[in-house]
Design a protein around this ligand. Sequence first.
Ligand code: SAH
Length: 559
Amino acid sequence: MIGLISATAAGTAARDRLAAAWPERTRVYDGPVGDAVRAAFAQCEQLVCFLATGAVVRLVAPLLSDKRADPGVVCVDEGGRFAVSLVGGHDGGANELAVEVGELLGAQPVVTTATDAVGLPGLDTLGFPVEGAVPAVSRALLDGEPVALVSEVPWPLPPLPVAPRGAYTIRVTDRAVEPAGHEAVLRPPSLVVGVGASRNAPVEEVLGLVEGTLREAGLSGRSIAELATVDAKAEEPGIVAAAGRLGVPLVTYSAVELAAVAVPNPSDAPLAAVGTPSVAEASALIGGGELLVPKRKSAMATCAVVRRPARGRLAVVGLGPGARDLLTPRAKAELQRARVLVGLDQYVDQIRDLLRPGTRILESGLGAEEERARSAVAEARRGQAVALIGSGDAGVYAMASPALAEACDDIDVVGVPGVTAALAAAAILGAPLGHDHVSISLSDLHTPWAVIERRVRAAAEADIVVTFYNPRSRGRDWQLPKALAILAGHRAGTTPVGVVRNASRPDESGRLTTLAALDPATVDMMTVVTVGNTATREIAGRMVTPRGYRWQEAQEGAK
Ligand code: SAH
């Protein structure tokens, strides 16, 4: 139960909102504040006090005994601006409560405990099953005590501030080890279990065979990544249900694919039934890896276990145009998931404060694209979790394509889209991209001018809205006037043109002009230039490209 205490009218109004939102979880304590806090402290697991922190500190101080038993206390200020986790941040759940209360009341959660303040990942939030002394090891990481990492299975882990040796250990293993006293065990999804079954083999038998096989081989079921079988068994109830109970996906392969896999124990029975001499071994081995347990059989089922090779992880992350609130939550999560960060130094600066301790940063200056692409892929192929960053969207005139051109299918690639400059600029200008539009980079460093010109011409003829990236630099000053002249061959001089510099950055500026009036000298490399089509208008100071709705035409006609 959460005890709610307030004193003033404003506090009481906020208190009532909380009580109304969480009727089952909360209880209101009325009466003199001191008595209310003491009663709630004795009776509730958590308190939310709509009082100054000072008042609450004085009231609860004499009541505190043990942080494992004391309630978590959150204070909300009179203005409802902050939800402060005051006492019991972790054990009392006050940190999470501050976040929840903050969301509900529109208040900023204030959390000052070390883990959250330094952005250390909780071991239980790394995305892997974890066993053993999780709280003790987390605390040791926080307190800066040496924690050793023992990777029996190399796996792309997030950054962890680990030492070569220490009294505490994080062990990464798929073996069924019993964690030692000061040890937390992370379970990577490293095992693929190939299964076969005769028709209507019961789930108990399939599951029993899989679990028994793992047990005898000393492997942990929590490291199973997937069950695998032949297409013909994709609907086999016992196999489908076994995957369901294990909580892992079932993947299937065609008999032809499986027949091509070399296996130690082929046999005639599956060949006759489904057209491949091996189901269990072949479907476990098809993605490569080490056969830990060759085919085992029960009356109606078979299984084999493979440890698949670790696959590195390359996240290609767009940071957005500049402002922190245009960086997506997913981009932030990927930055904190990466153990190695690769990027242009000025982009690294943009997000350095978000990185977790232990992140290795490979930053380089302008022009080192090839090196950045190479090293990001090379690190991922080494089994690391890597983030390759770019401003805006990392795939738009940026690092995604050179990196993926370097990469083979031996790494996992995750793309996180970002708000590209054309969109950031459009939002400032109005609605210039309301109809078909195209982006064209005017940089002829890597693209011959003839190609660029052909594309500008095509856009001009097709009456498409154009956003120019890389429009003009000190050494490249004739391209923009040339491109604008081509467009002017097909559009009136009065066509609206939006010029946006440093969109969403502190010195953002945006202005509207026309094709005839644009002075190219006001454009630089921090700028995008958006040229309207023949229907684009300036309306109330905003750039609007009509969608062409019939109802709007009718309205125009009636005027
Ligand atoms: N990947 C980036 C584009 C890189 S090309 C993106 O998706 O936005 C670099 C060009 O993008 C610059 O020369 C400029 O034309 C444009 N640009 C990038 N960020 C910008 C911003 N915040 N405001 C205006 N233009 C920007």
